[in-house]
Design a protein. Sequence first.
Length: 476
Amino acid sequence: MSKEKRILIVDTEPETAEAVGAALRETDLIVVSVTHVEAAEEEIQHRPFVAVVSSLDFKDAEGFNFIKEIHRTFPQLAVIGVSGSSDSRMAIEAIKAGAFDFISKPIHGPDIVKAVKEAITCAQKSSEPVAIAPSDELNDATDSLVGNSRAMLDVYKALGRLSPTPVTVLIRGETGTGKELVARALFQYGHRAHRPFITVNCAAIPENLLESELFGHEKGAFTGAVSTRIGKFEQANGATLFLDEIGDLDLALQAKLLRVLQEKRFQRVGGSEEISVDVRIIAATHRNLEKMISEGNFREDLFYRLNVATIKLPPLRDRTGDVALLTNFFLRRFGIELGVTSVSMTRNAVSRLESARLAGNVRQLQNIVRKALLRSRGYAIDRDMIEELLVETEPPDQSKADNHSVEDFCRQLLSDAAEGKIENAHQVAIEKVETALIDLALKKSDGNISQASKWLGLSRLTVREKAKKFGITDPS
């Protein structure tokens, strides 16, 4: 990079400029630092910059307004928003304001270097601004996207980029990861938020009724069609239609859906009139659509029509640190609902949830916390109660696998992986077996780590660390 290439840091905290400067020391970028927006605007007017790193923590949304102004007057100048808050709304609002990226403090060197390099490359290739949008605010009384893990931050950024656009979005993720919440966030912060949000669960409606549900029917089209009925596509004209579990559509309906996406026209069941619609489509599935295509169960052309933009929701096991956040959120929310607001959960109980293989993801965790509150009788929720609930809430297929041979267990894991229900089957298997083995060894030795480590052929330190990781016992 040329020495004339400068990056502007706008932050009242000198630590930010120091961290960015240290991270970019190996590059040829010149770091210029100012402490307020007025000085930044003066710098931009008089000197060229390849990127800006700006705080979002100024009073009266001054940081957001600054980003919007740069976005309007210097569309090729990429801005990276930074904040001491890692709240999901902050990330999404930053992208919506026009930021190229968002990084929470304290700034991690590799993160800022990667963000700056990507920003400069993108700005050089195109002057088109980065699109943006948000998700539900963390509120104990409402449905919320909760989590500040790196994986979820990527989801928030994707929401910011995609929600203001009319593009079709395919949301992918395992069962219970929150696909419907993400669809609602896309809608609520999108360009059609003032219009209806229409939802169809393709797996919940019988096949013989689904076509009528989607496209409507004319009077007399079939037995029981005593009047003309408009379908979801007509209801969603000029609005948003969310097709949940799109992988459950039969091939005939897939063909009709493809035509609507291509031509924006369809006919009601039993009708001959062409109906034109303008619908923003959001679809979701937990299924492995690529595998379904290879088996002839899903149309490849429809897949490409739906897969214009994708948001992939991470399973809970890949969301480091989010289990504790979600647990506390559900404790508050259900505590208010059930009238047991004073109930807490022990550290060991939370650790056990963090180490558990929650095949049902956030939905299963939510179920566990709610049941625990109902059983708590006002006392703290301990690890033993969580152990019981983990067994009770384990998805049926997994419980069945646990009661059979190792071969059956592995076969079920591979089947789940093939259907897209889990990823990293090898890692899941290793952690499952290792957790059980260490747990049993510690129980058999009455918590004597020296004895357990001898039986396991591991060092005492290794047993301690793994026990802590899996929430088996408190190493202290």
